[in-house]
Design a protein around this ligand. Structure first.
Ligand SMILES: [Mn+2]
Length: 206
Protein backbone atom coordinates (compact mmCIF):
# COMPACT_ATOMS: atom_id res chain seq x y z
CA UNK A 1 0.00 0.00 0.00
CA UNK A 2 1.37 3.41 -0.92
CA UNK A 3 2.02 6.08 1.66
CA UNK A 4 -0.91 8.07 0.29
CA UNK A 5 -3.38 5.26 0.87
CA UNK A 6 -2.04 4.27 4.24
CA UNK A 7 -4.24 6.56 6.30
CA UNK A 8 -5.05 4.73 9.49
CA UNK A 9 -8.60 5.61 10.39
CA UNK A 10 -9.09 6.39 14.07
CA UNK A 11 -11.15 3.90 16.05
CA UNK A 12 -14.76 4.91 15.87
CA UNK A 13 -15.58 4.14 19.47
CA UNK A 14 -17.06 6.16 22.30
CA UNK A 15 -18.12 5.85 25.91
CA UNK A 16 -20.62 8.30 27.38
CA UNK A 17 -21.94 8.24 30.93
CA UNK A 18 -24.71 10.46 32.27
CA UNK A 19 -26.21 10.48 35.74
CA UNK A 20 -29.14 12.66 36.77
CA UNK A 21 -31.77 12.57 39.49
CA UNK A 22 -33.90 10.47 37.16
CA UNK A 23 -31.50 7.96 35.62
CA UNK A 24 -28.01 6.59 35.29
CA UNK A 25 -27.04 5.64 31.75
CA UNK A 26 -23.74 4.37 30.35
CA UNK A 27 -23.19 3.63 26.66
CA UNK A 28 -20.10 2.22 24.98
CA UNK A 29 -20.20 1.65 21.25
CA UNK A 30 -18.02 0.74 18.31
CA UNK A 31 -19.46 1.79 14.94
CA UNK A 32 -17.23 -0.74 13.19
CA UNK A 33 -18.27 -3.68 15.30
CA UNK A 34 -19.89 -7.01 14.54
CA UNK A 35 -23.30 -6.51 16.14
CA UNK A 36 -22.45 -7.61 19.66
CA UNK A 37 -24.98 -6.35 22.20
CA UNK A 38 -24.61 -6.26 25.95
CA UNK A 39 -27.71 -4.49 27.23
CA UNK A 40 -28.45 -4.20 30.93
CA UNK A 41 -31.80 -2.54 31.68
CA UNK A 42 -34.97 -3.59 33.47
CA UNK A 43 -37.06 -2.38 30.50
CA UNK A 44 -37.34 -5.50 28.38
CA UNK A 45 -38.58 -3.82 25.23
CA UNK A 46 -35.80 -1.21 25.37
CA UNK A 47 -33.28 -4.05 25.55
CA UNK A 48 -34.95 -5.71 22.56
CA UNK A 49 -34.81 -2.46 20.52
CA UNK A 50 -31.21 -1.60 21.43
CA UNK A 51 -30.26 -5.11 20.37
CA UNK A 52 -31.78 -4.35 16.95
CA UNK A 53 -29.53 -1.29 16.60
CA UNK A 54 -26.48 -3.40 17.41
CA UNK A 55 -27.37 -6.40 15.26
CA UNK A 56 -28.64 -4.59 12.17
CA UNK A 57 -26.24 -1.66 12.47
CA UNK A 58 -23.25 -3.98 12.97
CA UNK A 59 -22.42 -1.88 16.00
CA UNK A 60 -20.94 -3.30 19.18
CA UNK A 61 -23.13 -1.78 21.84
CA UNK A 62 -22.88 -1.95 25.61
CA UNK A 63 -25.63 -0.19 27.53
CA UNK A 64 -26.42 0.09 31.22
CA UNK A 65 -29.71 1.94 31.68
CA UNK A 66 -31.41 2.31 35.01
CA UNK A 67 -33.82 4.94 36.25
CA UNK A 68 -36.82 5.91 38.31
CA UNK A 69 -39.15 3.24 36.98
CA UNK A 70 -41.74 4.11 39.61
CA UNK A 71 -42.65 7.01 37.29
CA UNK A 72 -42.86 4.63 34.31
CA UNK A 73 -40.31 3.91 31.62
CA UNK A 74 -40.28 7.42 30.12
CA UNK A 75 -37.23 8.94 31.84
CA UNK A 76 -35.02 5.89 31.38
CA UNK A 77 -35.90 5.45 27.70
CA UNK A 78 -35.51 9.17 26.95
CA UNK A 79 -32.18 9.41 28.75
CA UNK A 80 -30.88 6.30 27.00
CA UNK A 81 -31.65 8.00 23.68
CA UNK A 82 -29.77 11.12 24.78
CA UNK A 83 -26.67 9.18 25.80
CA UNK A 84 -26.78 6.89 22.76
CA UNK A 85 -27.04 9.95 20.50
CA UNK A 86 -24.03 11.55 22.19
CA UNK A 87 -22.04 8.33 21.84
CA UNK A 88 -22.86 8.10 18.12
CA UNK A 89 -21.80 11.74 17.65
CA UNK A 90 -18.54 11.18 19.52
CA UNK A 91 -17.74 7.93 17.68
CA UNK A 92 -18.30 9.60 14.30
CA UNK A 93 -15.51 12.04 15.16
CA UNK A 94 -14.82 14.49 12.34
CA UNK A 95 -17.17 12.49 10.05
CA UNK A 96 -14.46 12.43 7.41
CA UNK A 97 -14.98 9.92 4.60
CA UNK A 98 -18.42 8.77 5.66
CA UNK A 99 -21.15 8.00 3.15
CA UNK A 100 -23.26 10.43 5.20
CA UNK A 101 -26.78 9.72 3.86
CA UNK A 102 -28.84 6.55 3.70
CA UNK A 103 -32.40 5.47 3.06
CA UNK A 104 -33.57 2.07 4.27
CA UNK A 105 -36.99 0.50 4.46
CA UNK A 106 -37.47 -2.58 6.65
CA UNK A 107 -40.44 -4.89 7.07
CA UNK A 108 -41.49 -6.99 10.00
CA UNK A 109 -44.43 -9.09 8.87
CA UNK A 110 -47.30 -6.64 8.26
CA UNK A 111 -45.25 -3.62 9.42
CA UNK A 112 -43.07 -1.59 7.06
CA UNK A 113 -40.96 1.43 8.05
CA UNK A 114 -38.68 3.79 6.14
CA UNK A 115 -35.78 5.51 7.88
CA UNK A 116 -33.86 8.21 6.03
CA UNK A 117 -30.71 9.44 7.70
CA UNK A 118 -28.30 12.31 7.07
CA UNK A 119 -25.30 12.45 9.41
CA UNK A 120 -25.29 16.18 8.75
CA UNK A 121 -23.96 17.50 12.06
CA UNK A 122 -27.33 19.09 12.78
CA UNK A 123 -29.96 17.45 14.92
CA UNK A 124 -33.39 17.26 13.30
CA UNK A 125 -36.13 14.66 13.40
CA UNK A 126 -39.39 14.11 11.56
CA UNK A 127 -40.94 11.00 13.05
CA UNK A 128 -44.30 9.61 12.03
CA UNK A 129 -44.94 6.34 13.81
CA UNK A 130 -48.30 5.96 12.09
CA UNK A 131 -49.98 4.44 15.14
CA UNK A 132 -51.15 6.03 18.37
CA UNK A 133 -51.26 3.05 20.68
CA UNK A 134 -49.96 4.44 23.93
CA UNK A 135 -49.94 1.62 26.42
CA UNK A 136 -47.24 -0.54 27.94
CA UNK A 137 -43.62 0.11 28.89
CA UNK A 138 -42.63 1.29 25.40
CA UNK A 139 -45.57 2.93 23.60
CA UNK A 140 -45.31 4.22 20.03
CA UNK A 141 -45.14 7.81 21.21
CA UNK A 142 -42.15 6.99 23.40
CA UNK A 143 -40.48 5.47 20.33
CA UNK A 144 -41.06 8.78 18.53
CA UNK A 145 -39.55 10.60 21.48
CA UNK A 146 -36.58 8.20 21.55
CA UNK A 147 -35.75 8.85 17.89
CA UNK A 148 -36.14 12.63 18.29
CA UNK A 149 -33.87 12.81 21.34
CA UNK A 150 -31.27 10.55 19.73
CA UNK A 151 -31.24 12.61 16.50
CA UNK A 152 -30.82 15.92 18.33
CA UNK A 153 -28.00 14.66 20.56
CA UNK A 154 -26.40 12.64 17.76
CA UNK A 155 -26.46 15.69 15.49
CA UNK A 156 -28.09 13.92 12.57
CA UNK A 157 -31.24 14.40 10.55
CA UNK A 158 -33.66 11.50 10.80
CA UNK A 159 -36.95 10.93 9.04
CA UNK A 160 -38.96 7.90 10.05
CA UNK A 161 -42.16 6.99 8.28
CA UNK A 162 -44.25 3.98 9.09
CA UNK A 163 -45.69 2.89 5.75
CA UNK A 164 -47.77 -0.02 7.02
CA UNK A 165 -48.45 -1.95 10.19
CA UNK A 166 -50.95 -2.87 12.86
CA UNK A 167 -49.11 -4.55 15.65
CA UNK A 168 -47.32 -2.03 17.86
CA UNK A 169 -44.39 -4.34 18.62
CA UNK A 170 -43.88 -4.97 14.90
CA UNK A 171 -44.18 -1.30 13.95
CA UNK A 172 -41.67 -0.10 16.52
CA UNK A 173 -39.25 -2.94 15.84
CA UNK A 174 -39.34 -2.33 12.07
CA UNK A 175 -38.53 1.34 12.78
CA UNK A 176 -35.50 0.39 14.88
CA UNK A 177 -34.32 -2.05 12.22
CA UNK A 178 -34.69 0.55 9.48
CA UNK A 179 -32.80 3.09 11.58
CA UNK A 180 -30.04 0.58 12.28
CA UNK A 181 -29.63 -0.31 8.62
CA UNK A 182 -29.55 3.37 7.68
CA UNK A 183 -26.94 4.10 10.34
CA UNK A 184 -24.82 1.21 9.10
CA UNK A 185 -24.96 2.52 5.52
CA UNK A 186 -24.55 6.22 6.30
CA UNK A 187 -21.69 5.81 8.77
CA UNK A 188 -19.51 3.52 6.71
CA UNK A 189 -16.40 4.90 5.07
CA UNK A 190 -16.93 5.63 1.38
CA UNK A 191 -14.03 3.89 -0.34
CA UNK A 192 -14.36 6.27 -3.31
CA UNK A 193 -13.85 9.30 -1.08
CA UNK A 194 -12.28 8.18 2.21
CA UNK A 195 -10.29 11.31 3.01
CA UNK A 196 -12.83 14.06 2.39
CA UNK A 197 -15.64 15.40 4.52
CA UNK A 198 -18.75 14.85 2.37
CA UNK A 199 -19.96 18.44 2.46
CA UNK A 200 -19.42 21.45 0.17
CA UNK A 201 -18.94 23.42 3.38
CA UNK A 202 -15.92 21.26 4.17
CA UNK A 203 -17.20 20.34 7.62
CA UNK A 204 -19.99 18.32 9.20
CA UNK A 205 -19.05 19.25 12.74
CA UNK A 206 -18.54 23.02 12.64
MN1 LIG B 1 -39.65 -8.51 18.48
Amino acid sequence: MSEKNARIAPDRVATVVRETGESKIAVTLNLDGTGKAEIDTPIGFLKHMLSQIARHGLIDLKVEANGDLETGSHHTVEDTAIVLGRAIDEALGDRKGIVRMADRTCPLDEALTQAVLDLSGRGYAVINMGIDNNVGEFPADLARHFFEAMAVEGRFCLHIRVLAGQNEHHVIESAFKAFARSLRDASRIDERNPDAVPSTKGTLTG
